[in-house]
Design a protein around this ligand. Structure first.
Ligand code: GAR
Length: 205
C-alpha cells in the first residue's frame, strides 16, 4: 500500500505528502544533497540517493533507481519535483502507477520555467496538474488540476508561491484517490469514483 517518492530538490511536495499521513516507504533522490532528503530523514523516513552523475548512462542510472524503488515494492511511485527525464522503458515498468505533479495547467507549458512562460504568454489562468506519467514529457492522463487567476502585478516568484500552495493541496489528494482504488482511466480520461472534484479553483491571494 505504500508510495516511493522521487525528488530532486527542496521537497515541499514530498513534505505535504508526508504531512497528509500518506504511507511513504522511502524518499529517493538523484541529487545526493537535495534539501528534501534531509527533511524526510528528520521525519524518520528512509532516504536514499541514486546520483545520476555516478552512472555513466541513463540506462544504468535508471536500473539503479528502479532497483532502489523495487526493494520497497510500492503500489505507487510519485515524482515530486524530480527533474530527470525518464526513458520510455522506465515509464513502462511503472505504467499506471507513476504520477507526477507539474506547475502548469497541462497541456500548456510542459517543460521548465512554467511561471515565466505563463506570464510571457499573458495567460489569465494558471495552476498545476497531477497526472499519470507516460513516455511523453509532462503529458499523460490528468488526475486533478488546480487553477488560479494571474494577477496584473504577479511576477514569476509570486505566481510560483501561489501555485505551490495549491500543489500541496492536490497532490496528496490524488495519491489518496489512487491508494483508495478510486481512479479509473477510460480512453485516456481519468475519473474519480464518487465524483470528487478534479478541479480546484482558488482566487485567494
Ligand atoms: C514543484 O513546483 C513541482 O511542481 C515542480 O518542481 C517543484 C518542486 O518543488 N516539478 C516540475 O517542474 C516537474 N516537471 P518541491 O521540491 O518543493 O516539491
Amino acid at each position: 500500500m505504500s508510495i516511493v517518492v522521487l525528488i530532486s530538490g527542496r521537497g515541499s511536495n514530498m513534505l505535504a505528502i508526508l504531512e497528509a499521513g500518506l504511507p511513504v516507504a522511502a524518499v529517493l533522490s538523484n541529487v545526493p544533497d537535495a534539501a528534501g532528503l534531509a527533511l524526510a530523514a528528520q521525519r524518520g523516513v528512509l532516504t536514499r540517493a541514486v546520483s545520476h552523475k555516478e552512472h555513466p548512462s541513463r540506462e544504468e542510472f535508471e536500473a539503479a533507481l528502479a532497483a532502489e524503488i523495487d526493494r520497497h515494492a510500492p503500489r505507487l511511485v510519485a515524482l515530486a519535483g524530480f527533474m530527470r527525464v525518464l526513458s520510455a522503458g522506465f515509464v513502462a515498468r511503472y505504467a499506471g502507477r507513476l504520477m507526477n505533479i507539474h506547475p502548469s495547467l497541462l497541456p500548456a507549458f510542459a517543460g521548465l520555467h512554467t511561471h515565466e512562460r505563463a506570464l510571457a504568454a499573458g495567460v489569465k489562468l494558471h495552476g498545476c496538474t497531477v497526472h499519470f506519467v507516460t513516455a511523453e514529457l509532462d503529458h499523460g492522463p490528468i488526475i486533478v488540476q488546480a487553477a488560479l487567476p494571474v494577477r496584473p502585478h504577479d511576477d514569476a516568484a509570486s505566481l510560483a508561491a501561489r501555485v505551490l500552495a495549491l500543489e500541496h493541496l492536490v497532490y496528496p489528494r490524488a495519491l489518496r484517490w489512487f491508494l483508495d482504488g478510486r481512479l479509473v482511466i477510460e480512453g485516456g480520461i481519468v475519473r474519480v469514483k464518487g465524483n470528487d472534484a478534479q478541479l480546484l479553483y482558488s482566487d485567494r491571494d
